[in-house]
Design a protein around this ligand. Structure first.
Ligand SMILES: N[C@@H](CCC(=O)N[C@@H](CS)C(=O)NCC(=O)O)C(=O)O
Length: 332
């Protein structure tokens, strides 16, 4: 009889489910608290960047070609902003990059070995800059090879620096993504986009309470829907000129359907469902030099492969097709 082949003493399924759930939930809470600090309501709070100096002819860090290095990881949206500005300005030769990759088991960034640098990991470089540094070792970083320190590790500053400070060595100095007349408007967009969208997707994905997740997700999509409306009337956020505000929005949009929709539960709509926002995002992708900074396969691998508490099985989704970004955008 079939029943005689069943194992004699197996644990009751209910017990296995309850034990598994308790153990996994406790581990998840511990790992999430390391990965993503939250406030008392379970909402993610991003730590502030600690190196905030400027490249300035009058200060200790004057602009010079080949003196600074921009340290980036290809998956990171904050690093991606700096790569987009560097490409639009034609600063590839003047400000070379050093690349880091995530080390899944160690939880920090490791330098690509073929660069043959003196540090193995990014935390080691931060210790060279400031011995005893206790903050997070994040990308992007602007590193000064002369004084051997981190000049700045805040992407919001770095995109302004790359836009304005290296014009003498830029291939396209005439490109100005932060024109004086639009500064107030660009800064206003920057704040709004940071809270609701750039950091908003992380606040969805890293929330540890239902209420915190719902608040973040609602603000995110309400904001994207408002932007979609605005883009019915104008090509870019501040009118007919591409600015830093668009660059800030773009790097989150580039990751939206491939990563945030699934992994971070940003799933009220796909980016590709938005009538104006989706062609707008492709318009930026198709600007000279931008596509070369975009690598959707690496982005997907880095997020899904390294945020273990959000994807313990480690499977990497296959879709959507990256060539969709090359479709004509039709915006003028
Ligand atoms: N506010 C920073 C945030 C940068 C950031 O969080 N970078 C992430 C990668 S997407 C990182 O390097 N995390 C490493 C860590 O937190 O240990 C900026 O915009 O530059």
């Amino acid at each position: 009889m079939a029943s005689s082949r069943l194992p004699k003493a197996s644990l009751p399924p209910g017990l296995i489910v309850r034990a598994g759930r308790t153990v996994w939930h406790t581990l998840w809470q511990i790992m999430m608290s390391r990965l993503a600090p939250t406030d008392q309501a379970g909402a993610y709070v991003r730590p502030a960047s600690q190196f905030r100096q400027r490249v300035d002819p009058a200060g200790p860090y004057p602009a010079m070609p080949d003196r600074y290095r921009l340290i980036v990881g290809m998956g990171c949206p904050w690093a991606h902003r700096t790569l987009v500005v560097r490409a639009l300005k034609g600063l590839e030769a003047a400000v070379p990059i050093w690349r880091v990759n995530p080390a899944a088991d160690e939880g920090f960034w490791i330098f690509e070995p073929d660069q043959k640098l003196e540090w193995r990991s990014l935390p080691e470089l931060y210790q060279t800059a400031a011995s005893g540094y206790k903050g997070r070792s994040t990308v992007p970083v602007l590193w000064d090879t002369e004084s051997r320190t981190v000049v700045n590790n805040e992407s919001a500053d770095l995109i302004e620096i790359l836009n304005g400070a290296f014009n003498d060595f830029a291939q396209r100095p005439e490109v100005d993504l932060y024109p004086a007349l639009l500064k107030t408007e660009i800064d206003g967009w920057g704040d709004r986009i940071y809270t609701a969208v750039n950091n908003g997707v992380y606040r969805c994905g890293f929330a540890r309470s239902q209420a915190a997740y719902e608040a973040a997700c609602t603000l995110l999509f309400d904001t994207l829907e408002k932007i979609d409306q605005i883009l019915t009337q104008q090509r870019y956020l501040c009118g007919d000129t591409l600015t830093l505000a668009d660059v800030r929005l773009f790097t989150t949009l580039f990751r939206f359907d491939g990563v945030y929709h699934g992994l971070f539960k940003c799933d009220r709509r796909h980016l590709s469902d938005f009538e104006f926002l989706w062609p707008y995002a492709r318009d930026i992708y198709q600007q000279p030099g931008v596509a070369a900074t975009c690598d959707l396969d690496t982005v997907r691998r880095e997020y899904y492969g390294n945020l273990f508490p959000l994807n313990p099985g480690g499977l990497i989704p296959l879709g959507p097709d990256p060539t969709l970004w090359e479709r004509p955008h039709g915006r003028v």
